[in-house]
Design a protein around this ligand. Structure first.
Ligand code: UDP
Length: 240
């Protein structure tokens, strides 16, 4: 039987820093990153073009006490630097797995990563390379979720995927409430009004205004990323 056809040709995957630390208190867990790379590789081999925006919570958490009382913008720049470390680790893990990858950073760190250049990112994607976007939007007072919506729009992604630990958006916290049910789909306005923990409001508003389709899924559920790409009922789809 021929392989099933992907429903999306170009995606933007948002991975939080916390996704990289597994059960550790902070940092990058090598087994966890290799597992995530396996999921990305499978989809890349299907011919899907993949941009990744990576968070920094796993590293920033380790240094958070030192940020207490700090000027917010300075702390945010530290957070963005943390995302660069994660991006380098993910790029390295992808390359070790035989997947070509490039890191582009919104903050200049020329010795270790390309600067973010949209045209060059598009070329990498067309060549089948995974492009990892580091340092979020490059501006303090934003999040990497907003960075994901922004880069998703810039690369004309068909779908923005937000990887979480839970397999979608639920009516209540499924860890605490056994009656909670998963939304198969919802609208951005519903997510904003009900304050559902999908993405922060700035990121949601950008997705809504730019009519970017969003899917929230679990990166820890084997094969879930592929199922989303095949257009199956996986995770929660958020639309206009
Ligand atoms: N950050 C920022 N501007 C951005 C993206 C990130 O200032 O455009 C900073 C911010 O301090 C944030 C930190 O980087 O707390 C790490 O990003 P985020 O919290 O989004 O990472 P995640 O929670 O996804 O791991």
């Amino acid at each position: 039987m021929p392989d099933a056809k992907p429903a999306f040709q170009r995606i933007l995957l948002k991975l939080s820093g916390e996704a990289l630390m597994g059960d550790d208190a902070y940092g990058i867990n090598p087994e966890v990153i290799d597992r995530i790379v396996g999921e990305i590789k499978e989809v890349s081999r299907m011919g899907v073009q993949i941009g990744v925006v990576i968070g920094g919570g796993n590293i920033f958490r380790g240094i958070a006490p030192s940020a207490v009382g700090m000027d917010r913008a300075t702390a945010d720049y530290m957070g963005m630097l943390a995302t660069i470390m994660n991006a380098l680790a993910l790029g390295d893990a992808l390359r070790r797995a035989g997947v070509e990858a490039r890191v582009q950073s919104a903050l200049r760190v020329d010795a270790v990563a390309e600067p973010y250049i949209r045209g060059r990112a598009l070329r990498h994607l067309e060549e089948g390379k995974v492009v990892i976007f580091a340092a979020g939007t490059g501006n303090p007072f934003f999040t990497t979720d907003t960075g994901a919506a922004l880069r998703g729009r810039e690369i004309n992604a068909d779908l923005v995927l937000k990887a979480t630990k839970v397999d979608g958006v639920y009516t209540a916290d499924p860890m605490k409430d056994p009656t909670a049910t998963r939304y198969s789909s919802l609208t951005f306005d519903e997510a904003i009004v009900k304050n559902l923990k999908v993405m922060d409001a700035t990121a949601l508003a950008l997705c809504r205004d730019q009519q970017l389709r969003l899917n929230v899924f679990s990166i820890f559920k084997p094969g879930a990323l592929k199922r989303v790409i095949l257009g199956e009922d996986e995770g929660t789809t958020v639309v206009c």
